[in-house]
Design a protein around this ligand. Structure first.
Ligand SMILES: [Zn+2]
Length: 252
């Protein structure tokens, strides 16, 4: 058995952190940002998300028709977008489409807005449909670790309007599970809480691999110790509130 000790702040790190109006993004989280668009040197994603995005785009030959509109944003940029949207579009529109500064997934570098390449792209609501190249992107997204984060009909759960252009990197195999079970990211976190590490786990297999996924509450006062299974590879992400999601890759 190998013991892994996690400090409390680690709940705010990892590709599975839930960021919404209730859970702000902790800007102190260390991340490596990587440029994703040779035409726009200011577009970055967190490195793992960037690599997955670039692979997906190359798989579908996406760059000819798809433009990356917005990736990582600093908190200052989020402030600017929020206040200019307030002035130009008003409060109701802004509350529907723009996260309050500090609460945007874009600050993590794990979210990207995509639009069809056209002369005039709407920065807040780019056009991204469910046909053609957009469908090709959506069909492969889960395989590369991306989910459509704010789906139609789930506005009451996400508290964000339907945004067919906004994708969130959550990694594999989580994106596949979320897509297959038709859950929002909020619902997925609730779902995983019933699988407490060491007692119960959610098993998932695709044609290539087998995973065992569970949740572990973080120790409030000190380090959280996890006893890893030597027969599997363990990936750990915080949930951005009170614990960790443990993803064990088992030998199939
Ligand atoms: Zn977005």
């Amino acid at each position: 058995m190998k013991t892994i000790s996690l400090a409390r702040y680690r709940v705010f790190e990892g590709s599975l952190i839930l960021i919404n109006a209730s859970y702000s993004y902790h800007d102190t989280v260390k991340k490596i940002l990587k440029p994703i668009d040779t035409d726009n040197k200011k577009l970055f994603l967190e490195k793992e998300a960037a690599d997955a995005f670039l692979m997906l785009m190359s798989d579908i030959g996406g760059w000819k028709e798809i433009a990356a509109v917005s990736g990582w944003r600093s908190i200052n940029e989020q402030h600017d977008i929020f206040s200019s949207s307030l002035i130009e579009k008003g409060l109701e529109f802004t509350q529907k489409y723009v996260a309050f500064p500090g609460y945007s997934e874009h600050q993590s570098g794990l979210a990207i807005d995509l639009g069809l390449r056209q002369s005039d792209i709407d920065y807040i609501r780019p056009s991204f449909t469910y046909s053609g190249i957009c469908k090709a992107f959506k069909d492969k997204a889960a395989h590369y670790g991306f989910i459509e984060r704010y789906p139609k009909g789930k506005e009451g759960i996400t508290n964000i309007a339907w945004e067919p252009w906004h994708f969130r990197y959550v990694g594999c195999p989580h994106a596949e599970i979320i897509t297959k079970l038709d859950l929002t990211f909020e619902e997925y976190h609730d779902f995983l809480k019933q699988y407490e590490y060491g007692r119960k786990s959610f098993k998932y297999a695709n044609s290539e691999k087998l995973w065992s996924i569970s949740y572990m509450k973080a120790c409030a006062e000190s380090f959280t110790n996890i006893e890893g299974d030597p027969g599997s590879t363990l990936y750990i992400s915080g949930n951005n509130s009170d614990g960790f999601i443990l993803t064990e890759l088992k030998n199939k």
